[in-house]
Unconditional design. Structure first.
Length: 317
């Protein structure tokens, strides 16, 4: 059965695997070549660790994107099984169509607890997202981790695509900070092609989301979380709580890694996690606190103070 994770790698077709004898024929003989769900050819990941359907609209791939979107938007109840059931039943072409299903379908016997799950979807649809968060929510292949770099600072998608049409791959490379590496250059081309391939979906699905304009004077605070936050179901829930504490003068963004651009790390300073070690290294190297480290309550106080300073700096924002 194909792997349902939405992959971001280059894929290898069966003919190439045979021609270059990447897998012994006696083993390859037992590996299915077509998707059991849609019947299209399967492909290998470039490291030969999993198979994926080549059809971008295959229910298995759409289901994986639904699952990822719901996780990002904190919509409970949409694991692999539920996501695949809905993708198959309604022949969905993309994850955002889940909102259409929720609006129109009041009862769904095939999905246990549908009434509650449906309400979770409709509630999540009211959340305000920044433009790059909207693009990330669509869970496009290769775009999840780059959405912020690509779209942050743009007020609308029309402006972004106008620049993309004019500058093409160099725009992607510049937004991602890619300079000369051949591998990174290939990545820029791949992402550029994805942005073109999914252009209609990216532009058309805005109707299902509430996209807010960012305050250009806002101070961006990158926050990384290294451990489970007590009292919150997951890390995004705590980030959402922090956002509720501040005005639009402070732009709180959750990041996955501790880098020179990280401002806050939430967790026990003595935990010894890789992220915590990296934060201590950065602080020691700078000879000062470049990454504020603290527990949930300390971080709450810290961002509240930042908000007060930002309001003083931009009183008319």
């Amino acid at each position: 059965m194909p792997n349902h994770k939405e992959n971001t790698e280059d894929m290898i077709i069966f003919d190439e695997v045979r021609e270059y004898e990447l897998i012994p024929n006696e083993i390859l003989h037992y590996i299915p070549e077509t998707c059991e769900i849609c019947g299209k050819p399967l492909e290998f990941s470039d490291n030969l660790t999993f198979l994926a359907c080549s059809n971008e609209h295959c229910p298995s791939r759409v289901a994986a994107r639904i699952e990822a979107m719901c996780k990002f938007l904190q919509i409970d109840g949409f694991g692999e099984s539920t996501s695949q059931t809905i993708a198959l039943k309604f022949k969905l072409m993309g994850p955002a169509q889940l909102f259409v299903v929720a609006r129109q379908i009041a009862t769904l016997p095939e999905v246990p607890g549908w009434e509650t799950k449906r309400q979770n979807i409709l509630t999540a649809q009211k959340k305000e997202l920044r433009l790059w968060e909207y693009v990330k929510a669509l869970s496009l292949p290769g775009i999840n981790s780059t959405a912020r770099s690509l779209f942050e600072g743009y007020e609308n998608l029309d402006d972004f695509y106008e620049d993309l049409d004019e500058q093409q791959v160099p725009l992607v490379a510049a937004r991602m900070g890619i300079k000369s590496s051949l591998d990174e250059g290939v990545l820029a081309v791949r992402i550029y092609n994805t942005l073109l391939e999914y252009r209609s979906e990216i532009l058309g699905c805005q109707q299902f989301f509430t996209i807010k304009k960012e305050n250009k004077d806002a101070v961006t605070i990158n926050i990384c979380i290294t451990q489970k936050v007590p009292g919150y179901t997951n890390k995004p829930a705590f980030i959402q709580h922090l956002r509720s504490l501040v005005s639009d003068r402070v732009n709180i963004v959750q990041v996955d890694r501790v880098t020179e651009k990280t401002h806050i790390l939430v967790g026990d300073p003595n935990s010894g996690t890789a992220k915590m070690k990296r934060a201590h290294e950065l602080n020691a190297k700078a000879g000062q606190t470049v990454v504020f480290i603290g527990g949930p309550e300390e971080v709450e106080d810290f961002v509240t103070q930042l908000d007060q300073k930002a309001q003083e700096a931009y009183p008319s924002a």
